[in-house]
Write a protein that binds this ligand. Structure first.
Ligand code: NAP
Ligand code: F7E
Length: 343
């Protein structure tokens, strides 16, 4: 009897927060997962190390390959070899503030990188289903709640690059009939969140302050409001988008919005600390242009995909604080945050 072929997925950005959770999900569902990683002088696989498989075992299904979204010929070569059933494009320079410092590079990776990928799929005549990681940042200061119908008003080089990617996804869907899903995801966090995003910056500081290893946390705009969800819920939504009958654009969000100040209050309270005694303002964390209020309406994803976030705001804060407290208690708190190195 012929064995059913495992489905094959390619993830760009597998070493990132979302890539690591998505790899877990796909492996658990029997996929062969190719993860594209960038060559670096330090092997950067902390978030996926627990998924390691010996290449010599029969069921070797997590396969790392070198590549870069700035390198179109390599992308074409990889796609020609792997012929993935599904492609998840999560690779990006994903930090909004850094995008103001490196606008050209951010555009090269986050915008033109998507063109390189889509052109390769088109030119090779592949039937791969493609997920594009777009972002709620594309809405800028468009009034909340934001949905698939809300006009895009990007306010940063990052948001502009993601809007370009979004429109390329739509164009290639319409012009060439490719299966391309645009995921408009609102902020989603976890203990694996990069340490310079505000949530993780706060929860790491809380854990260190509670342990007497740090006194002060410097932050920028405490009034900004975000719709914060839990990353494992969101990668499930990505997968659902590629299982749908038709490719489309989908917002994933919790529908609740909270300020950075509220996040601080809850996170410090979880460790029995008063945030006002420890948080100080540093204007270097203010952005040249801010997005003030994001709150998503994910009713289309709920109706058409059956997607619903499980974890709400307070539980998310608790999960992140508890994980960082545990990391400090067990000596796994390596305080390598790059913010300490820049003035
Ligand atoms: P992340 O933790 O910053 O991970 C980004 C990933 O992209 C890393 O694996 C990184 O590799 C890789 N990467 C960076 N530059 C690359 C390049 N030139 N070529 C190939 N790969 C490259 O981001 P995330 O939070 O997981 O987010 C995943 C995606 O969703 C990103 O596209 C992000 O912009 C988007 N997004 C995120 C959120 C959110 O709230 N998390 C919301 C909306 C959209 P290294 O490990 O080598 O740096
Ligand atoms: O900032 C304010 C800051 O850097 C959130 C990325 O995943 O989500 C993320 O982008 C808010 C902003 O995330 C600090 O001004 C105050 O208003 O955690 P963040 P982000 O910019 O919302 C979207 C959806 C993405 O697509 C992106 O890839 O917090 N804030 N003080 C601060 N932010 C940082 N980073 N550091 C501070 O000290």
């Amino acid at each position: 009897m012929a064995m059913k072929r495992s489905r094959t997925a390619l993830i760009t950005g597998i070493t990132g927060q979302d890539g690591s959770y998505l790899a877990e999900l796909l492996l658990a569902n029997g996929y062969i997962v190719y993860g594209m990683i960038r060559r670096s002088s330090v092997f950067n696989i902390d978030r996926i190390e627990h998924l390691y498989q010996d290449p010599h075992v029969a069921d070797y299904r997590l396969r790392l390959v070198y590549g870069n979204l700035t390198d179109g010929s390599r992308i074409t070569q990889l796609l020609a070899e792997i012929k993935p059933d599904e492609i998840y494009n999560l690779g990006a320079q994903s930090h909004v503030q850094v995008s103001f410092e490196q606008p050209e590079y951010t555009g090269d990776v986050d915008a033109v990188g998507v063109t390189r990928l889509l052109e390769s799929v088109r030119a090779l005549g592949l039937n791969s289903r493609v997920y594009l990681a777009c972002s709620s940042e594309m809405f800028g200061n468009a009034p909340a709640p934001q949905s698939e119908q809300t006009p895009l008003m990007p306010r940063s080089p990052y948001a502009a690059a993601k809007a370009y990617a979004f429109w390329m996804g739509k164009s290639y869907r319409e012009a060439y009939g490719l299966f391309i899903a645009n995921g408009i995801l609102f902020n989603h966090e976890s203990p694996r969140r990069g340490p310079t995003f505000v949530t993780r910056k706060i929860t790491r500081a809380v854990a260190r302050i509670a342990a007497g290893k740090q006194k002060t946390l410097y932050l920028g705009n405490l009034d900004a409001c975000r719709d914060w969800g839990y990353a494992p819920d969101y990668v499930e939504g990505m997968w659902m988008m590629l299982q749908a009958k038709k490719p489309d654009d989908f917002v994933l969000a919790t529908g609740e919005s909270h300020s950075v100040r509220e996040f601080c209050e809850l996170a410090f309270a979880r460790a029995k600390l008063d945030w006002r005694k420890h948080v100080k303002h540093d204007k270097r964390y203010l952005r040249p242009a801010e997005v003030d209020h994001l709150c998503g309406d994910a009713s289309k994803a709920r109706k058409q995909l059956g997607w619903k976030p499980r974890v709400k705001f307070e539980e998310l804060v608790n999960i992140m604080v508890d994980a960082d407290v545990e990391a400090v208690a067990t000596g796994r708190d390596d305080f390598r945050s790059e913010e300490r190195w820049f003035k």
